[in-house]
Write a protein that binds this ligand. Structure first.
Ligand code: HEM
Length: 153
C-alpha cells in the first residue's frame, strides 16, 4: 500500500481476507491473547480464517452465511483460563490497529464498532455479575470501560 495514498474503505470479502489474516497473525503472536489460540485451543489458522471471514462478511455486508456457534468456543476457553476484560481490551486494540492500518471509511468504522460491541457482550456473558470494568483486571491495554462508555447499550 502506498503510504501517501488515502486508504480505501473495506469493500468486500477480498478486503476482509487481508484484514483477518493480518489480525490473526498479530493475535496469535500476542503475548497476552496468543496462548488462547496457540496453547489452549490449538487453532489451525487455515481452518479458522474461512469461518471468521464468513462471520464478518455476514456482519458487515449480509453477503455470506454464518450459522455456527460463535459463543461456545469462548465459553470453552473461559472454562480453561479466564478471558478477562484485559484480554478483550487487547483484542479490541489489535482489531482497531489492524483496520486503521489498512482502511478508512464507514465500513471500517462499522467493523471497529461491531468488534467492540461483540467483545463487550462476550465479556459480560462470560463474566456475568463479575464483569470487571474497574479494579485489578478491568483496565486492559485499551480500557474496556472506555469501550463501554462509547457503546449505546
Ligand atoms: C480475548 C478475546 C478473544 C479470544 C482469545 C478469542 C479466541 C478464540 C478462539 C481460540 C476461538 C476458537 C478457534 C478454533 O476453532 O480453534 C475463537 C472462535 C471464534 N471467535 Fe474469538 N476470541 C476472542 C474474541 C472474539 C471477538 C471479540 C469476536 C467477534 C468480534 C470473536 C469471534 C469469534 C468467532 C466468530 C469464533 C467462532 C469461529 C467458528 O468456529 O465458527 N472472538 N475465538
Amino acid at each position: 500500500m502506498n503510504h501517501f495514498a488515502a486508504a480505501d474503505d473495506i469493500s468486500g470479502r477480498a478486503d476482509l481476507d487481508v484484514v483477518l489474516r493480518r489480525f490473526y497473525t498479530a493475535a496469535f503472536a500476542d503475548p497476552a491473547i496468543g496462548p488462547f489460540f496457540t496453547e489452549i485451543a490449538g487453532t489451525d489458522l487455515e481452518v479458522h480464517l474461512p469461518r471468521i471471514t464468513d462471520f464478518w462478511e455476514r456482519a458487515l455486508f449480509r453477503s455470506a452465511e454464518y450459522r455456527r456457534d460463535a459463543f461456545g468456543p469462548h465459553a470453552a476457553l473461559h472454562s480453561v483460563r479466564s478471558l478477562t476484560a484485559a484480554d478483550f481490551g487487547r483484542w479490541v486494540q489489535l482489531w482497531h490497529a489492524t483496520i486503521d492500518g489498512l482502511h478508512r471509511g464507514p465500513n471500517a468504522e462499522r467493523a471497529k464498532a461491531q468488534g467492540e460491541r461483540i467483545a463487550l457482550a462476550l465479556h459480560k456473558r462470560l463474566a456475568g455479575d463479575g464483569a470487571a470494568m474497574d479494579g485489578e483486571d478491568g483496565l486492559g491495554f485499551v480500557p474496556l470501560a472506555a469501550v463501554e462508555l462509547r457503546s449505546v447499550a
